[in-house]
Write a protein of this length. Structure first.
Length: 82
């Protein structure tokens, strides 16, 4: 697909048709890079575990960090060193 580079304020840009954005699953914020002379637009990849440490501390402070099924321990679990 051929598209025009357009003036947008003090910059220039390319309008990406909505069906293409939908097909790629792009919305909101994206990662923009140049690799080997090619402009790449990718979904923003966040750390899937981002915020886990804070949530764990909050749960522990609330006393809500007990095992859900404590009676289902494995044999020799007491021997594990964490």
């Amino acid at each position: 697909m051929e598209v025009a580079i357009r003036k947008m304020g003090n910059s220039q840009g390319v309008l990406i048709p909505k069906p293409i954005l939908a097909q790629l699953g792009l919305e909101g914020t994206v990662e923009l890079t140049v690799r080997d002379g090619v402009l790449e637009i990718r979904p923003l990849r966040r750390d899937p575990r981002q915020g886990w440490a804070e949530d764990a501390r909050r749960l522990a402070a609330q006393g809500d960090d007990a095992l859900v099924w404590p009676e289902l321990a494995n044999e020799a679990d007491d021997e594990l060193v964490w």
